[in-house]
Write a protein that binds this ligand. Structure first.
Ligand code: NAP
Length: 240
């Protein structure tokens, strides 16, 4: 059975990816940080899901988590899904270096740390898949989400460069850029805002965590073996 590590799997998109991969026969290492109860609920749904606590923006946490995963499952993850992230909105002139560090450490440094932790084994096995979750705002830039957008653009750049570097080692690196997806992350939007965003979407609805999970499943599968370095927009046509 293939082993997938999903960061930020306690809630929202990450939790749905964990559920879908488990349903499809994968072993799931589900990372969480603060949401202990949600993580317990997720792991109680199947013996094939094991949760691992780590702040993925911290190098020692990531290294400990990978050691624990290898000890528990007896192998390195076959697939890494870098999903953990935080959003932040406000005027750039109100942001400071602490907010910058928090956003970039969580959204970008974590992608670097987790990828670096699983890559040595993937390279020696000449096999592996890394899937990064960016954002539509990382492609276009979102007003009042400058730091968030910049961190998600960095994830896109990281994906493309890493795909070139590790492609010869048989590793695929791809990125999903979600549009507006119904999770806790949208709590800063009013119902009215969400209605406007939905009306502006050609497919006339907001996205669901399942929409992203299905795309991740495709990118993890053999059906996508010749796809690497790509940014797949899952946004209902909001950005074309
Ligand atoms: P969410 O519901 O707020 O969930 C965020 C997840 O990230 C939680 O499981 C949280 O875990 C985890 N997380 C945050 N910081 C972490 C850290 N330092 N270490 C480990 N885990 C951490 O958000 P979501 O909507 O599912 O977003 C998932 C990803 O999709 C993010 O990268 C986000 O930027 C991206 N995205 C979302 C949307 C959207 O509209 N929802 C759109 C574009 C892109 P704990 O609660 O356990 O700390």
């Amino acid at each position: 059975m293939k082993l997938v590590l999903i960061t930020g799997a306690s809630r929202g998109i990450g939790a749905e990816i964990a559920r879908l991969f488990c349903e499809k026969g994968y072993l799931v290492a589900a990372n969480y940080n603060k949401s202990v109860i949600d993580a317990e609920k997720l792991s109680s749904t199947s013996h094939n899901i094991k949760t691992f606590k780590a702040d993925v923006s911290v190098s020692s946490d990531v290294n400990n988590m990978i050691s624990e995963i290898k000890k528990y499952f007896g192998k390195n993850p076959d697939i890494l899904i870098n999903n953990a992230g935080i959003s932040h909105s406000g005027l750039i002139t109100d942001d400071d270096q602490y907010i910058y560090d928090e956003i970039f450490n969580t959204n970008m440094k974590s992608v670097f740390l987790c990828s670096n932790a699983v890559l040595p084994d993937m390279i020696s096995q000449k096999k592996g898949k890394i899937i990064n979750i960016s954002s539509m705002w990382g492609q276009t830039g979102g007003s009042c989400e400058v730091l968030y957008s910049a961190s998600k653009s960095a994830v896109i750049g990281f994906t493309k460069a890493l795909a070139k570097e590790v492609g010869p080692s048989g590793i695929n690196v791809n990125c999903i850029a979600p549009g507006i997806i119904k999770t806790d992350m949208l709590s800063c939007y009013t119902e009215e805002d969400l209605k406007v965003l939905s009306d502006e979407t050609p497919l006339m609805r907001l996205g669901t965590p399942r929409d992203i999970a299905e795309t991740a499943l495709f990118l993890a599968s053999e059906c996508s073996d010749f796809i690497t370095g790509q940014i797949i927009g899952v946004n209902g046509g909001f950005l074309i």
